[in-house]
Design a protein around this ligand. Sequence first.
Ligand code: NAD
Length: 257
Amino acid sequence: MAQISTKPADPAARRLAGLLADAGRIVPFTGAGISTESGIPDFRSPGSPWLTNKPIDFALFVASEAARREAWRRKFAIDDLHRGARPGPGHAALARLVHEGRSPGIITQNIDGLHQASGVPEDRLVELHGNGTYAVCLGCGLRHELEAVRADFESSGRAPRCTSCGEPVKSGTISFGQAMPGRAMAQAGEWTRQADLFLAVGSSLQVLPAAGFPRLAKQGGARLVIVNREATALDDIADVVIRGEIGAVLGPLCATH
Ligand code: NAD
């Protein structure tokens, strides 16, 4: 079982230590901030590479070969910047909660695959916005590996199509305007309703419907704790808000002896 290994000086961190020690079902909910310690920039902080260009929404991706080409060009350029990113101390801390049976699973808005890389099994992870480490056919749903998609794109100069049905292939992420994944939303709702401690980590909590889960947890009677370096949209309804760096806050609190 996870033990609280320190008596933190900060009153909010002490309060979180107490809540973690008492909680039966802890549900972590993570955003892009947990991966900045792995070298992947978040979405809204200054200098974000994600906001350099206007996002290509789902309708445009489906409608336009030129938009699909541009989406793939951007995707591979960003992948090259973050190649080799490894899980950080925040990922490791949350993985311990899952392994020790203190959490049914982690709900993430992230698309980088770093929770899996930290050892969290697929069935203990919900990816609300999909996963950018593979691609999916929009026609038949077949999974495609990025290496083959990239080789096709770079050799043909055309937006990749499914080798099985010929329809466009898209990164496995959920774009603006694309339907949320039904099973992921249902599983996230179930874990959230069962939580007695809901731990929102590294998210500005502005993106709906994902940011509805912390509210749902509160409505269901869970304690809501927010760990983020700056204010979030839901600080006013949280039981504890910790303004700090994720690894430094969660590392000691989730340590095992
Ligand atoms: P966001 O950028 O809106 O918010 C991230 C928050 O984390 C910010 O408030 C920032 O101050 C905080 N933060 C950053 N590093 C931190 C650290 N080390 N310690 C403490 N706080 C830290 O991100 P969001 O709320 O997750 O929403 C953005 C959307 O963009 C998500 O839906 C996600 O799918 C996508 N996205 C994902 C990734 C990824 O997978 N790594 C990266 C960028 C964007």
